[in-house]
Ligand binder design. Structure first.
Ligand code: PLP
Length: 473
């Protein structure tokens, strides 16, 4: 494809994207395809000769759109907001168009330096310590994995340069809670700690926040047993109920044992753009690393996760590799992001953040987040006031956890069956998407507010849909 052919097709594609975004509210929220249905519509082999762009675009409508769950829908209340603001989409298109190769500073100086600047803008905007430095990673899962690798190497004084964990005498232990994201246990396994050395610290039964007292006891028990406490993986805004682990107390305990504290704020990090939400990071000065996803609530098109570290030199020492073909004369003066994570080559992800911040402006993003927090508080009030409905967790952010508990159902299993049945019915209708989730061993419903186009009227309409479905059964 030459630039002139590209120009013609790209104009068509941009029109198609704009039309698609306009008609998203008319689409069923949850994809209705059966497993294998999408693949069955595609030919077994690619064409030998070129096809026209119209044919490709036609298949986007025919095959792809029905094959995705519409997370840009104003009535999407599933897992977590996964916004893809059109301003950031433009940045993503620009990044692809440039086709820059980020393997060293030299391979694309602007790729590195725009990233440094936008990551610093966001550090300042979210109230993180001025001495911290950050980088863009693909996902919070990767960021959490990197944090555990850095923790492991700090506690073992860079065992990776010697016999690795296989040569360590005492097991290294990691602390989190049962409400932590599944990426944490995955990283514990992959970073070589082993699941036997992961401790799920007790939490408060209502807030689901980590109990500092229980953390101190678990650490003391491990020390007494000859283990080496290495890291606390704290959560701000856990996936289930947006629980907030108390950083000030956790960092105090961690400091006594020189443990690494990583904060997983994947969803909640966006809220730090609001000065009134900074209470969440009280104690952050004692934290070693924190990650959050602009690609969730803030709305930078996926994938875009930020990882901030208090001691970048340590991270670089753990992650760096320096083969001769990547060395250059400016090495000491510039940031080499290849030494801040696992991949060598990086995309120009900073452009989508840069475009979004410039084209939307910080205030509009803040207004939207405040709107969503307000909508969540409003919904929580409705739930608390409605007979038979129960609010199951504090509403610290934009997620409301609830259950309908009709007087006639007293058996727990029957209540579970009832909950799953009405949630299934609502989701199958296409009117909205909410996520059923297990909380304290029983099925509950999470309504995660924060899609870019969700207004109070959408929340109110969906609350009616939920009430009707649950109360009629
Ligand atoms: C979404 C989420 C993750 C995982 O994020 P990815 O970027 O998809 O890896 C981790 N932790 C929390 C609390 C999340 O909400």
């Amino acid at each position: 494809m030459n630039p002139e052919e590209f120009r013609a097709a790209a104009h068509q594609l941009v029109d198609w994207i704009a039309d698609y975004r306009t008609r998203v509210p008319e689409l069923p929220v949850q994809a209705r395809v059966k497993p294998g249905e999408v693949a069955a519509q595609l030919p077994a082999a690619p064409p030998a000769a070129p096809e026209g762009f119209d044919a490709v675009l036609g298949d986007l409508d025919r095959v792809v759109v029905p094959g995705i769950t519409q997370v840009q829908h104003p009535r999407y209340f599933g897992w977590f907001p996964s916004n893809a603001t059109l301003s950031s989409v433009l940045g993503d298109i620009a990044a692809s168009g440039l086709g820059a190769l980020g393997i060293t500073w030299q391979s694309a100086p602007a790729l590195t330096e725009v990233e440094e600047v936008v990551v610093e803008w966001l550090r300042e905007l979210t109230g993180l310590p001025a001495s911290w430095r950050g980088s863009i990673q693909d996902t919070a899962s990767s960021a959490c994995h990197l944090a555990l690798l850095a923790a492991r190497e700090r506690t073992t004084d860079y065992s990776g340069t010697r016999g690795g964990l296989q040569a360590e005498q005492a097991p290294l232990t990691v602390y989190t809670t049962e409400h932590a994201h599944s990426s944490i246990s995955k990283a514990v396994a992959l970073a070589g700690f082993g699941m036997d050395n992961l401790r799920l610290v007790e939490t408060d039964p209502w807030t689901r926040a980590m109990s500092p007292k229980a953390l101190a006891e678990a650490v003391a028990a491990d020390v007494a047993a000859g283990k080496r406490p290495t890291a606390v993986m704290a959560g701000l805004g856990t996936t289930g109920t947006t629980a907030m682990d108390p950083l000030a107390e956790i960092t105090r305990i961690a400091a006594e044992h020189r443990m690494w504290v990583h904060v997983d704020a994947a969803m909640a990090g966006s809220a730090l753009l609001l000065p009134e939400m900074r209470w969440m990071i009280d104690g952050v000065e004692g934290v070693d690393s924190l990650s959050w996803n602009p690609h969730k609530w803030m709305g930078t098109v996926i994938d875009c996760a930020l990882l901030y570290v208090a001691d970048p030199d340590h991270l670089v020492r753990v992650m760096s590799s320096n083969p001769s073909y990547l060395r250059s004369t400016v090495d000491g003066e510039v940031t080499q992001y290849k030494d801040w994570g696992i991949p060598l080559g990086r995309r120009f992800r900073a452009l989508k953040l840069w475009f979004q911040l410039r084209l939307d402006g910080v205030e509009a993003i803040q207004d939207r987040l405040r709107r969503d927090l307000d909508n969540a508080r409003w919904l929580a009030e409705q739930v608390e006031a409605a007979p038979g409905w129960r609010l199951l967790a504090p509403v610290a952010l934009q997620t409301v956890c609830m259950r309908y508990e009709p007087a006639g159902i007293t058996d727990g299993d029957a209540l579970d069956a009832h909950t799953l049945a009405w949630v299934d019915e609502v989701n199958a209708s296409g009117a909205t998407l909410i996520t059923p989730s297990l909380l304290d061993g029983r099925w509950s419903v999470r309504v995660s507010i924060g899609a870019e186009r969700t207004e109070r009227s959408d929340v109110a309409a969906v609350w009616e849909v939920l009430r009707t479905a649950a109360e009629r059964r």
